[in-house]
Design a protein around this ligand. Structure first.
Ligand SMILES: *Cc1c(COP(=O)(O)O)cnc(C)c1O
Length: 234
């Protein structure tokens, strides 16, 4: 069985190779280690191997790990799961990024609850890129209003867009989904130059990071390729 350190090495090489192949700046793609269902001990191993950014989906589970790893002040916590509006306070105080924001009510709460001593929370708006009604994420046509409103909130910095495309698509359809997200961001940057840096595309997972990087990903969210297969959640 390969270790977490070995896996991080291979994923990092995959990212470097894909970045080079796409003709992009070395270092322009960051690795978010998705650590849902993983133990604090496994995260500790990843930190020892040099990993800093971790993505968590479930708030309660995340808070337990944040507490258990509070001695590792170098960790950067990213929230990437569905957000219940009554749980925003803890997200606003414990995380530095949220990739899964998709509605204004939650945005307002996160901004109000972000402590003034902390830098603004970095935000990616999650977009439902394949129009699946069941999944979370806003519809692309809701983005202009969301951007206009959220850019006024002092506790948040608008960094970009996130999507989880339907993994059952063909490779070319998947590539098209990533490209659509990248073009959407480009358009928003032109239309709303004052809204925030809008420099971030959170897209690509263990199985498709090369395609996502070719289409402009700046954060790839990698679980399985770093920590191994997840056992089904009981
Ligand atoms: C679980 C998860 C990932 C990581 O998926 P892998 O296929 O294990 O790399 C990425 N993004 C989100 C939002 C996830 O929930």
């Amino acid at each position: 069985m390969s270790s977490i350190a070995d896996n991080l090495g291979s994923v990092t090489r995959r990212i470097q190779k894909a970045t080079l192949h796409a003709g992009r700046e070395p270092g322009s793609v960051s690795l978010l280690a998705v650590s849902k269902t993983r133990s604090a001990e496994e995260l500790r191993q990843a930190v020892a191997a040099g990993q800093r950014a971790f993505g968590e989906n479930y708030l309660q589970e995340a808070l337990e790990k944040i507490e258990a790893l509070s001695d590792l002040t170098e960790i950067d916590w990213h929230f990437i799961g569905p957000i219940q509006s009554n749980k925003t306070r803890q997200i606003a105080s414990a995380f530095s990024w949220v990739h899964s924001l998709d509605r204004l009510k939650v945005a307002r709460r996160l901004s109000e609850q972000r402590e003034t001593g902390l830098p603004p929370l970095n935000i990616c708006l999650q977009v439902n890129i394949n129009n699946e009604q069941s999944k979370s994420g806003c519809q692309p046509d809701e983005l202009p209003t969301l951007i206009e409103e959220i850019s006024q909130l002092p506790g948040l910095t608008l960094r970009g867009l996130m999507a989880i495309p339907d993994p059952e698509q063909t490779e070319s359809a998947l590539r098209e989904s990533f490209r659509k997200l990248a073009n959407t961001l480009k358009k928003l940057r032109q239309d709303y130059p004052e809204a925030g840096p809008l420099d971030t595309l959170s897209m690509g997972m263990s199985g498709d990071l090369e395609i996502a990087i070719a289409e402009g990903a700046t954060w790839v969210r990698i679980g399985t390729a770093v920590f191994g297969e997840r056992s089904p959640k009981s």
